[in-house]
Design a protein around this ligand. Structure first.
Ligand code: SF4
Length: 239
């Protein structure tokens, strides 16, 4: 079966934007319903799944504020994503729930941190741009009008900076099509110096918050905990 990137390969940028906008419209549930697209393009898209993830298992906390979903991808691989609710109490208004979602960026992870179950799985593949965005779309659809996602943390399975292009595209799509601003999105990394340098220079990389898992400020201990630690990383970090 054709996939979305192949079908859109020769389409102008505005077409892709129309599709991305439709992804976030809860009244649309398949490509054929995007009325701004030509009939010919809608025909080509009609067999493409509207969401690239589907629920495998869901666990919800007693307070019902936190849920963890295992999502199955179209090739049968499975990833984890978490929804965390919190009261947004304002003095004179009733409390309303706001949500943070924790998003995965890879199936498995090659960084092999000693304390991490995902690291033990090894690395299977990078998530596509759609699969990253679809974790947000999955939760927003699940919540419906009951709640609003206003924070995204890239702290799920995988090292985001090892999936640089797809993470960058996904973040730009989320920023363009939701009212979540860059300061409400956090990219968390175990530290990939080459990608960190690239990100600083890259004008198209959105100015989201950046979190680094340090775990230890000495090279020896950090190397034991995080075998991906590169020599002189701490010096690089200070500079
Ligand atoms: S980078 Fe993150 S996901 Fe990967 S092994 Fe380390 S803690 Fe686990």
């Amino acid at each position: 079966m054709e996939n979305l990137p192949n079908i859109l390969k020769n389409e102008p940028a505005f077409r892709k934007k129309q599709i991305y906008k439709a992804w976030f419209d809860l009244n649309i549930n398949r490509y054929e319903k995007i009325s701004t697209l030509s009939l010919a393009l809608r025909e080509k898209l009609k067999n493409i799944p509207w969401l690239t993830v589907k629920l495998k298992t869901l666990q919800t906390s007693k307070t019902e504020h936190t849920s963890k979903a295992l999502l199955e991808l179209t090739d049968g691989e499975v990833i984890e994503t978490v929804l965390m609710g919190r009261d947004n109490k304002k003095e004179d208004k009733p409390a309303e729930l706001r949500y943070t979602i924790c998003v995965s960026t890879q199936v498995g992870c090659p960084m092999n941190c000693a304390f991490c179950a995902t690291g033990k799985m090894g690395f299977k593949r990078n998530l596509t741009t759609e699969e990253i965005v679809d974790q947000y779309r999955y939760w927003q659809k699940w919540l419906g009008k009951k709640g609003k996602i206003d924070n995204i943390v890239l702290m799920g399975q995988g090292e985001p900076l090892l999936n640089y292009d797809n993470v960058k595209n996904a973040l730009n799509i989320l920023l363009d099509n939701t009212d979540i601003g860059p300061r409400k999105i956090t990219l968390s990394t175990a530290g990939v110096p080459s990608a960190m340098e690239k990100m600083i220079e890259d004008k198209e990389f959105p100015t989201v918050r950046f979190a680094l898992s340090l775990h230890s400020a000495t090279e020896n201990t950090r190397t034991k905990l995080m075998p991906s630690h590169q020599k002189d990383f701490l010096k690089f970090l200070i500079e």
